[in-house]
Design a binder for this molecule. Structure first.
Ligand SMILES: Cc1cc2nc3c(=O)[nH]c(=O)nc-3n(C[C@H](O)[C@H](O)[C@H](O)COP(=O)(O)OP(=O)(O)OC[C@H]3O[C@@H](n4cnc5c(N)ncnc54)[C@H](O)[C@@H]3O)c2cc1C
Length: 208
C-alpha cells in the first residue's frame, strides 16, 4: 500500500525445472557487473525462497523471491543516495520478464519443514521479508492441492511484524488460507507504527 515503509517485490524465477528446491531453502543471486572498490565480480547474495517446491504456478519449474529494495537515506542530501543503493536487491527489483539471473544453490537445511509427522505444530515468527520461507510453508500446508496438504492435521501459527498495515506482505493469501482452515491456521500481526504494546510503546513482534 502507499504508506508501506520501502518497496518489496515478489519476483518469479523460471528455472525450467533444473533448479529444484524445498520449502525453507535459499537461492543465491550473483548480480551482474563488478564491484567499484576492486573491479572484481559482485559476490553472491542469499534470498529465501518464498514459494513451495512447485512454484506459484504449480509447474515445479519456477520459484519466487520476496525482495526488499535496499536504499540509502542520506541526511545531508535529504534524499536517497543512488550511489549507495543495494546492488543485488535493486537489480532484482528492477528486473523485467526475460531478465537473466545468475544463481547458486539451493542451500539451507535448518529451515526445512518437519513433514515426517503431519500433526507437527508450527510457530512461525518473521519481520518484513523474513516472511519469505513461511509463505512457502503456508502454501504447502493450506493452499495447494497435494497429499502433503491433505495430510496436515497440526496447528500453524504465524507472527509477522511490519511497520503498518500497508506494509503487510501476502495478507490476502494468508486470510484466504485462514478462512479455509480456521482451526489449523492462526495469524498475528505486530504493526509497530499502528499498534501499542501493553506498556504504551510500539508493538513489536516480541510484544505479541
Ligand atoms: C539466509 C539469508 C536469507 C535472506 N533472504 C532475504 C529475502 O528473502 N529477502 C530480502 O530482501 N533479503 C534477504 N536477505 C538479504 C540479502 O541477502 C541482501 O543482503 C540484501 O538484499 C541486500 O543486498 P544488496 O546487494 O541489495 O545490498 P548491498 O549492495 O550488499 O549493500 C548492503 C547495504 O549497504 C548499503 N550501502 C551500500 N553502499 C554504501 C556506502 N558506501 N555507505 C553506506 N552504506 C552503503 C546499501 O544501501 C545496503 O543497505 C537474506 C540474507 C540471508 C543471509
Amino acid at each position: 500500500g502507499p504508506k508501506a515503509t520501502g518497496e518489496t517485490c515478489h519476483i518469479i524465477i523460471d528455472h525450467e525445472g533444473e533448479f529444484p528446491y524445498w520449502e525453507g531453502q535459499s537461492w543465491g543471486v550473483i548480480p551482474p557487473g563488478n564491484r567499484e572498490k576492486d573491479g572484481k565480480p559482485h559476490s553472491v547474495r542469499l534470498y529465501s525462497i518464498a514459494s513451495s517446491r512447485y512454484g506459484d504456478d504449480m509447474t515445479g519449474k519456477t520459484g519466487s523471491l520476496c525482495v526488499r529494495r535496499a536504499t540509502y537515506w542520506c541526511d545531508e542530501l535529504k534524499a536517497d543516495d543512488p550511489a549507495k543503493k543495494g546492488v543485488c536487491s535493486n537489480f532484482l527489483c528492477d528486473s523485467t520478464p526475460g531478465t537473466e539471473v545468475v544463481m547458486t544453490g539451493p542451500a539451507g537445511k535448518v529451515m526445512l519443514m518437519p513433514e515426517e509427522d503431519p500433526t507437527t505444530d508450527y510457530i512461525m515468527v518473521a519481520t518484513g521479508t523474513g516472511i519469505a520461507p513461511y509463505r512457502g510453508f503456508v502454501r504447502r500446508l493450506f493452499v495447494e492441492d497435494t497429499p502433503a496438504a491433505s495430510a496436515y492435521k497440526g496447528e500453524a501459527w504465524l507472527f509477522l511484524g511490519v511497520a503498518n498495515s500497508d506494509a503487510l506482505l501476502y495478507d490476502d493469501e494468508f486470510q484466504e488460507a485462514k478462512s479455509k482452515y480456521p482451526d489449523n491456521f492462526r495469524i498475528d500481526y505486530a504493526l509497530s507504527r499502528e499498534q501499542e504494546n501493553k506498556s504504551g510503546g510500539k508493538m513489536y513482534i516480541q510484544d505479541k
